[in-house]
Write a protein that binds this ligand. Structure first.
Ligand code: NDP
Length: 313
């Protein structure tokens, strides 16, 4: 395989694969470095009901498989490995993958997405997959008739809590502050749901249980208050936001200082000429599969225009 490419795409969620479809159709022979956990966050969801063109819902992993097949049909080459380092300080742009192989490119499209945040409690990590989850749409089904808790006060927490009521007996939403961050419509929906109780100033200090969750310890978040109690639940859903997957770009591309998202100008241009970004790695606002796909298309068209300029045609 040619290790020098016109386009390398890092990431294989909706953004990366849409960029691949467009650059492949433009006959730019893209190489997608898909990551060991290829497919992005949709691989962790069940039914996707808001992706246009699928009136009957589609499973997240099935949608990603279809996008992958479409990209391959137009000539995309896909490597299911991780990128471990990049060197964008000189041309050609350098991408190093797990195992040390080096690929070079005229343009790179970064579509590495974002990852759900955890509370970082040892007990939470120990009980992941045994009652602790960050994906209500994937795991709610396992909590039929049970009592569960959701941590977080944003739209994701509200959405997860509402979704969980389809299965669970009761859902307690644990909000660390005194107010919700969620939009009014989502907050109102959660408040109106008889199966949901909102608890404010509640910090989770420990997830209880040996082989499966049987409760959470919660502490009053108000400074000075040291009231702690145990909430008996069989499941804990962590919905406290996301971290962009930008660690390998630190020192290479400009990152937004607060949360580390990639900074883009003119929609998809990063701080390095010829490097474009799309999807959740640069978008903390919309974070939808369809907006990620849309920005993947934009990055592909921008990369194509850049290559035209480079070749002087
Ligand atoms: P947000 O950043 O909006 O909210 C995160 C929530 O988790 C906040 O309540 C925050 O508390 C809390 N939190 C953060 N860290 C911790 C912690 N360590 N312990 C306890 N609580 C913590 O993230 P979301 O994922 O909810 O939403 C992200 C974006 O996606 C938003 O723009 C949202 O509108 C959008 N979205 C829209 C949806 C829709 O419209 N249907 C559905 C889902 C998401 P605090 O407020 O105290 O910082």
């Amino acid at each position: 395989m040619d290790t020098h490419r016109k386009v390398i795409i890092i990431g294989s969620g909706p953004a990366g694969l849409t960029a691949a479809i467009y650059t492949a159709r433009a006959q730019l022979d893209p190489l997608v470095i898909a990551g060991i956990q290829a497919g992005g966050q949709l691989m962790l969801t069940s039914e996707v009901g808001n992706y246009p063109g699928f009136p009957k819902d589609i499973l997240g992993p099935d949608l990603m498989q279809l996008m992958r097949e479409q990209a391959v049909r137009f000539g995309t080459m896909i490597l299911d490995t991780d990128v471990t380092a990049v060197d964008f300080t000189k041309r050609p742009l350098k991408v190093i993958v797990n195992g040390g192989d080096v690929y070079t490119a005229e343009t790179v499209i970064v579509a590495t997405g974002a990852t759900a945040k955890w509370l970082e409690l040892p007990s939470e990590q120990r009980l992941r997959g045994k009652g602790v989850s960050s994906c209500a749409t994937c795991d709610a089904f396992f909590f039929k008739g049970k009592d569960v808790a959701v941590v977080g006060g944003g739209d994701t927490a509200m959405e997860d809590a509402i979704f969980l009521t389809k299965f669970a007996n009761h859902v307690t939403v644990l909000v660390r502050g005194r107010e919700l961050r969620a939009s009014k419509i989502m907050a109102d929906r959660a408040r109106a749901n008889q199966k949901i109780a909102l608890r404010f100033s509640a910090t989770v200090t420990e997830v209880l249980g040996e082989s499966s969750v049987n409760g959470v310890r919660i502490k009053d978040s108000i400074p000075g208050a040291d009231r702690e109690e145990t909430l008996p639940v069989q499941g804990l859903f962590v919905a406290i936001g996301h971290t962009p997957n930008t660690e390998i770009f630190r020192g290479q591309l400009e990152l937004e200082p607060k949360a580390g998202y990639l900074v883009v100008k003119d929609q998809t241009r990063t701080s390095v000429d010829g490097v474009f970004a799309c999807g959740d790695v640069q978008d903390f606002r919309y974070r939808q599969a369809v907006t990620a796909a849309g920005s993947g298309c934009m990055a592909a068209l921008d990369a194509e225009a850049y290559l035209h300029r480079l070749s002087g045609t």
